[in-house]
Write a protein that binds this ligand. Structure first.
Ligand SMILES: Nc1ncnc2c1ncn2[C@@H]1O[C@H](COP(=O)(O)OP(=O)(O)OP(=O)(O)O)[C@@H](O)[C@H]1O
Length: 236
């Protein structure tokens, strides 16, 4: 579904941030993306979402370049910030997003997600009145309702409560069961352990070939040990 081949990128001529990155995410897959701060994860995500201009290599989603309209309609990006329009209600925001993606979401469906996330009725209030966590839950509800072929999650679950964390686990699994894929960038190992089929590790702009979660578990006894072996020992 998502095919990234030989992508290199730098913000300036002097420094390369991403080095010959390859990544392939198939349908019905939850792919974890981990790595130290500043290793290039968000840069890679911003390239997939066409927020940065490609310099080398190729990125295709379902056969179309990631910069094409076709690909953009197939990607939902849920970022780490909570920048959503505060002058809309949660319901208006989600229905506007649905229209942008050429689909419809009923008010009752939105109400159901808001209730599930412990904020029943708040979908009819202005986002301006929402807490940080409520804005995150609104973004996540939108992603779960739109069910794009690829959902990219960049540290979005930071700051949501534990009940919402469990709702998200269940909803990401539902997306996968429906044939959708998720690229899950997170430092939350428990979340990655619950969800990921495979995990790719970014180190200093280079992306290691993803390892299946079972292999990480069997070979290293879990993600923390694998991470420590692969990254922290290199950093000393
Ligand atoms: N707009 C920018 N201009 C110049 N350099 C940037 C820009 N954005 C990021 N960088 C640099 O690119 C490198 C990779 O940053 P990036 O945000 O992709 O890392 P990350 O792996 O997502 O980090 P984190 O885990 O902290 O979110 C860092 O050295 C960062 O300083």
């Amino acid at each position: 579904m998502l095919h990234i081949n030989d992508v290199s990128f730098g913000y300036s001529k002097s420094g390369t941030i991403l080095k010959n990155v390859d990544l392939h995410v198939e349908e019905s897959t939850i792919m974890g993306l981990i790595g130290p701060n500043g290793s290039g994860k968000t840069t890679l995500i911003n390239l997939i979402c066409d927020m940065l201009e490609m310099q080398q290599g190729s990125m295709k989603l379902q056969g179309s370049p990631c910069s094409s309209q076709q690909a953009k309609l197939a990607i939902m990006h849920v970022g780490s910030n909570d920048d959503i329009p505060v002058f809309l209600t949660g319901l208006e925001y989600i229905q506007t997003m649905a229209r942008l993606y050429g689909t419809r979401v009923e008010a009752a469906e939105v109400a159901e997600y808001f209730a599930q996330f412990g904020m029943a009725g708040a979908e009819r209030r202005l986002i301006e009145t929402y807490s940080h966590g409520m804005k995150k839950k609104t973004q996540l509800s939108c992603a779960f309702l739109l069910q794009c072929p690829l959902t990219i999650v960049d540290e979005t679950l930071n700051g949501i409560d534990i009940d919402a964390w469990y709702v998200c686990i269940q909803e990401f699994k539902k997306l996968r069961a429906q044939g959708c894929s998720v690229l899950l960038c997170s430092h939350d190992f428990a979340l990655l352990e619950e969800l990921c089929d495979a995990i790719a590790l970014m180190w200093n702009g280079a992306l290691q070939t993803p390892l299946p979660y079972e292999q990480i578990n069997e070979q290293f006894g879990g993600i923390p040990n694998w991470y420590r072996t692969a990254v922290m020992e290199k950093a000393i």
